[in-house]
Design a protein around this ligand. Structure first.
Ligand code: URA
Length: 433
């Protein structure tokens, strides 16, 4: 086999076989095939796409380039959830304890944030002394004993994806549905869970800007998961405005705790309950939607899910007093109010602008080695559809020393006001089963 022939084959719109994909991916990982040939192949894939078979085969090749987590030692049904990334998306902090309180198990390996989207590990590190680096043995024991763990990667998961993703990032080849689907699903299949719930974000603050492309991605990922015998469902959810109110690590931890106390923003609570409800149905813990929703709601409202978060913080060495005393979390020096200028309805709260403003303050990373400031961020006080008078609060900017004026300008620009009434955004746009 010659690499150049396979590049030409893809360029001409033909289908690559599993053997051919194996040759390409293993050669790339072993460094017998250079970056420039794989770049060319990736660009051909961007133009010609991948068939359903090719997507599955590519996923398996990337999966098999590394280790798989073996959860067979854990008693019970292990579920996983994955968000394609958005602004203010702290659902894992709520959903992981919630599903554990509902009787399922969640052994979750999370990542750090990059760009305007946050990462669960960074948020957890806002909790004083919280350990995200668990050994494999600690991770499994914790899941067995308290039904949940959220930690950094304990194994060498899909190294081919890591290499390919870095190359895609600098060759303009990230945005191809087949490549994104294979990249995400190779890591999800390696995580060992039997049931996978995907939260595919749609809109201005997400990878997928419109519903049609998000549906295409969701369908591709659900097909890959189900082909491998993992029950996989995707929710398509709104990212045309930030989720909840808080954007920034400490602020998001507080909002997640408030949600587990039954006092969180409505959209965040709704999404977390919907994810838990779906997982209860997928796993057969409950037979009807009503029963599943009731179980999830009870676990959220009676404090059982909050207790699970407390157990997880305790097991991972964090300071559990944060649950009652938010001043123990990193806190910004300044809180600046951003007020509305003229009365009207909120038509848009551009999630990307808010995410970029938070990043400027230091809440996010422009490159993967940047240090972040866990204390800073933005609280958004108005949602699409709200009516505001001039002088009402739009947002508060929690800042230390970095780029305060620029961030305030971005926050102001994120809000679009109009005089005619506006309908609130729909939160759950579609479900792909
Ligand atoms: N997230 C991933 O893990 N991979 C992609 O290709 C895009 C988003």
């Amino acid at each position: 086999m010659r690499v150049v022939d396979l590049i030409i084959k893809k360029k001409n719109g033909e289908t690559l076989s599993r053997d051919e994909l194996h040759f390409l991916i293993s050669g790339y990982v072993n460094e017998t095939i250079p970056d420039y040939q794989i770049s060319s192949l990736l660009m051909a894939i961007c133009f010609q796409g991948l068939s359903e078979h090719e997507q599955s085969d590519l996923t398996l090749e990337m999966l098999e380039s590394g280790e798989r987590i073996d959860l067979s030692a854990v008693n019970g049904i292990c579920v996983d959830k994955h968000s394609t990334g958005g602004v203010g998306d702290k659902t894992t902090l709520v959903v992981a304890p919630l599903v554990a309180a509902c009787g399922m198990k969640m052994a979750k390996m999370s990542g750090r944030g990059l760009g305007h989207t946050g990462g669960t590990l960074d948020k957890l590190e806002a909790i004083p002394k919280f350990r995200i680096a668990l050994s494999g043995e600690e991770f499994f024991r914790q899941v067995d004993e308290i039904s949940l763990a959220v930690a950094g990667q304990t194994a060498n998961i899909a190294p081919a994806d890591k290499k390919l993703y870095a190359l895609r990032d600098v060759t303009g080849t990230v945005e191809a549905v087949g490549l994104i689907a294979a990249s995400i699903m190779s890591k999800k299949l390696a995580s060992g869970a039997s049931h996978i719930l995907l939260d595919v974000k749609v809109g201005d603050g997400a990878f997928m800007k419109d519903l049609a492309s998000a549906q295409e991605l969701a369908e591709a990922m659900v097909a890959i998961g189900n082909r491998q015998g993992k029950k996989t469902v995707a929710l398509l959810t709104d990212m045309d405005q930030p989720l909840g109110s808080a954007v920034g690590n400490s602020l998001e931890v507080i909002e997640a705790i408030e949600t587990l106390k039954g006092r969180g923003p409505k959209d965040l609570e709704t999404l977390c309950l919907e994810i838990a409800t779906k997982l209860l149905l997928m796993t057969g813990f409950e037979k009807t939607r009503e029963e599943a929703f009731e179980r999830a709601t009870t676990a959220l409202k009676d404090g059982a899910a909050l207790e699970k978060l407390k157990q997880m913080i305790f097991y991972q060495n964090g300071d559990v007093r944060v649950l009652e005393d938010y001043s123990l979390l990193p806190t910004a020096k300044r809180v600046i109010e951003v007020k509305n200028k003229s009365a009207g309805y909120v038509r848009k709260v551009h999630a990307l602008e808010i995410g970029n403003a938070a990043m400027l303050l230091g809440a996010g990373r422009a490159t993967k080695d940047d240090l972040i400031d866990l204390a800073v961020g933005i609280k958004v006080h108005a949602k699409v559809g709200d009516y505001l008078e001039a002088g009402d609060l739009l947002a508060t900017v929690h800042a230390n020393d970095k780029h305060i004026e620029e961030a305030i300008q971005k926050v102001e620009a994120a809000f679009e006001m109009v005089s005619e009434k506006v309908q609130p955004n729909k939160l759950i746009l579609d479900i792909i089963e």
